[in-house]
Design a protein around this ligand. Structure first.
Ligand SMILES: [Zn+2]
Length: 163
């Protein structure tokens, strides 16, 4: 059974409540589809507050590790996730004024916390995750290409000095 965690988000923010929990990576279907493996857990902290402007916010922090696929060598890549976001609760029909510095979500009296966490993780995922050049198995090819480039330059330099 998938876990369900729901909060009354405007109440939660108004009362300055907070919630801490863990969620299994494999239980998040949309996220799972993008991963090499659904192993592991993510830890999340959700904290509500009322801003100085009277608006309501949810601060969301998510951390853990995801198993992605390196787009260079197609091998496993452990991606350390560390998301911090500030979400404004948009109440009623309040329209967005173009210059929003924070993301807004609907002030939902039955907010699905895990769906929110999954949304935030999806937003934070890199489009093309890759190992750092030192760790990547495709490293050999990369340095080979660099070497060829270097040779091309020295050939060019040699031509120039001939003049
Ligand atoms: Zn790689």
């Amino acid at each position: 059974m998938p876990e369900q965690v729901a909060i009354n988000s405007p109440e939660f923010a108004r009362n300055g409540e907070s919630l801490r929990g863990r969620v299994t990576v494999g239980s998040m279907d949309r996220l799972r589809d993008l991963l090499l493996s659904g192993e592991g857990e993510l830890e999340y902290i959700l904290a509500g507050r009322r801003g100085e402007n009277g608006k309501l916010y949810l601060d969301c922090a998510i951390s853990g590790q995801l198993q992605l696929t390196c787009q260079r060598c197609l091998d496993a890549l452990v991606y350390p996730l560390d998301v911090e976001s500030e979400l404004e609760l948009a109440e009623g029909e309040q329209s967005q004024d173009g210059e929003e510095l924070t993301d807004a979500i609907e002030a939902d009296p039955a907010l699905d916390v895990l769906a929110l966490i999954e949304d935030e993780v999806l937003l934070a995922l890199p489009m093309a995750p890759m190992h750092s050049p030192d760790e990547c198995k495709a490293k050999a090819n990369a340095s080979q290409a660099k070497l060829e480039k270097k040779n091309a330059f020295s050939a060019l330099a040699a031509l120039k000095t001939k003049d």
